[in-house]
Ligand binder design. Structure first.
Ligand SMILES: [Zn+2]
Length: 71
């Protein structure tokens, strides 16, 4: 899980929303480069639960992610 700022054509949310930090799981961060530029991760940093406890794209929680890596 990482805290990221993304920019691009979000289907929901205003322009201001696009510049807010969101949490993304490692899978979604890794997938970003394969999504033909629809969204661009401008930076990522260490996970900060203040920005939400689930991945903003797929809804996975940090706990679920930890379990997925453990298996
Ligand atoms: Zn995700």
């Amino acid at each position: 899980m990482k805290t990221c700022i993304v920019s691009g054509d979000l289907s929901s949310g205003s322009g201001a929303e696009q510049n807010k930090p969101v949490n993304l799981c490692d899978d979604c961060v890794a997938d970003d480069g394969q999504k033909s530029g629809r969204l661009v991760i401008r930076y990522d940093k260490e996970y900060n639960p203040d920005y939400g406890e689930t991945c903003a794209w797929c809804g996975r929680t940090a706990e679920e992610e930890a379990q997925a890596w453990a298996e």
